[in-house]
Write a protein that binds this ligand. Structure first.
Ligand code: ADP
Ligand code: MG
Length: 140
């Protein structure tokens, strides 16, 4: 299996509820290792840049406002097949459709406030990591 890196965020709904440790435990239990991490408060412009791929979607305003409404933990996670493994432990975007045991099933409040972000492929992982981290901040 290939050792991969992916980009992860623990979203403002989780920092607000003080459950970031519980979310991180799920990520670590899934075999993912934190190789970079920081707590930030994104500006609206930063959130709009990060989610630019969704700018035509009807929920873009709601999403970027929510993501700039409070602190977020941004992370680089490493592990075998980290991208797919992370998506698996996150669960479906809509918590109502998420499998038992997933982060979103357990913690998400709604399809918008769904606790975590994870890259959806190798290209987005690379791009999203570079949006928040320099190479020297990643310590595998
Ligand atoms: P995922 O985070 O599972 O990759 P998407 O990339 O489709 O999902 O969407 C990005 C984020 O936008 C979601 O995690 C969620 O916070 C928000 N979002 C997605 N769909 C909706 C929706 N219908 N209404 C409100 N927010 C949404
Ligand atoms: Mg996505």
């Amino acid at each position: 299996m290939a050792l991969e890196r992916t980009f992860s965020m623990i979203k403002p709904d989780a920092t607000r509820r003080n459950i970031t440790g519980k979310v991180l435990a799920k990520l670590e239990d899934a075999g993912l290792r934190v190789v970079a991490q920081k707590r930030i408060h994104m500006s609206l412009a930063q959130a709009e840049g990060f989610y630019a791929v969704h700018k035509e979607r009807p929920f873009f305003g709601e999403l970027t406002e929510m993501m700039s409404s409070g602190p977020t933990i941004v992370q680089v996670l490493e592990g075998d097949n980290a991208i797919a493994r992370n998506r698996e432990v996150m669960g479906a975007t809509n918590p109502a459709e998420a499998d038992e045991g997933t982060i979103r099933k357990e913690f998400a409040l709604s399809i918008g406030e769904n606790t975590v972000h994870g890259s959806d492929g190798p290209d987005t992982a690379k791009q999203e990591i570079a949006y928040f981290f320099s190479e020297t901040e990643i310590v595998g």
